[in-house]
Ligand binder design. Structure first.
Ligand code: 5RP
Length: 262
């Protein structure tokens, strides 16, 4: 069954499957957004339905909330759950310090709020997202619709004084219309190419009126779980830099893969 999946989906599944081993009974868990996080939600759903796992789950987008409910996970609002034990989410890029770019799926605001309201954040990814310096992936920035062109102009002016290589700012589209976040905001994608000082860029961007939040996640991620298409996973811890290796067995996911095919 797993043979029908692409190597990249297998890698995403492997990372997701290994990461949910950190979820324990009774935990309050943040559920990330994106294709890798979707594997994690499906895997958790299997444990809830078939293994009797009891968790309080908080989703980082309406998409994730819908998927979670479909696979049997009850979802509550963050304010109802209070502080979370663990958030598991994907990322668009990670660097050696486990700083991240997120927001490729447009959910960066809720993702950042949920991750920072958690004791621990685990990022699930494949090796293609590892970079030595952040910036290859355009940095998503969420802005309010009011006066967004003025906000964009201020961003462009600000970027000229920062240690970044590119300065192009693009309004994200969804077909013919601007993409809207769950909060009804817009996303500007900043093609920075190389972000010399992510901490500074993040702080400076968030000073600009109109910007709600940016997709740089610094000192938030505690561990990255990197999946491979052959089931190998690498776990890297922030701070200690400790690295461990493991292997995920695809056979146990046959039901899950079959359900997706159906
Ligand atoms: C959504 C995100 C996602 O985590 C990120 O885009 C990675 O997505 P995928 O797992 O589909 O590659 O930040 O806002």
């Amino acid at each position: 069954m797993a043979g029908q999946l692409s190597p990249i989906d297998k890698a995403k599944y492997a990372a997701a499957r290994r990461a949910i081993d950190f979820v324990e009974n009774g935990m309050r868990v943040g559920l990330g957004t994106g294709s890798t996080a979707a594997w994690m939600v499906r895997c958790l759903g299997t444990r809830v339905r078939e293994g009797g796992l009891k968790i309080t789950a908080v989703a980082t987008s309406t998409r994730t909330a819908e998927l979670a409910r479909q696979v049997g996970i009850d979802v509550v609002e963050l304010d109802e759950a209070g502080w979370l034990d663990l958030t598991i989410d994907g990322a668009d890029e990670f660097d050696p310090e486990l700083a991240l770019i997120k927001g490729g799926g447009g959910a960066l605001l809720q993702e950042k709020i949920v991750a920072t309201a958690s004791d621990r954040m685990i990022v699930i990814t494949d090796i293609a997202k590892e970079v030595s310096v952040l910036g290859r992936f355009p940095l998503p920035v969420e802005v309010i619709p009011f006066g967004w062109k003025a906000t964009r102009a201020l961003i462009e002016e600000t970027l000229a004084g920062l240690d970044v290589l590119g300065h192009e700012v693009t309004l994200r589209m969804d077909g013919d219309a601007p993409f809207r976040t769950d909060e009804g905001n817009l996303i500007l994608d900043l093609a920075l190419m190389r972000i010399g000082n992510p901490r500074q860029v993040s702080l400076v961007l968030n000073q600009i009126p109109g910007i709600v939040e940016n997709g740089l996640f610094i000192d938030i991620c505690d561990m990255v779980v990197i999946g491979n298409g052959d089931g190998r996973v690498e776990l890297r811890e922030a701070g200690t830099g400790k690295i461990t290796h493991d292997q995920v067995d695809f056979a146990e996911a046959d039901n899950l893969f079959r359900d997706l095919d159906a």
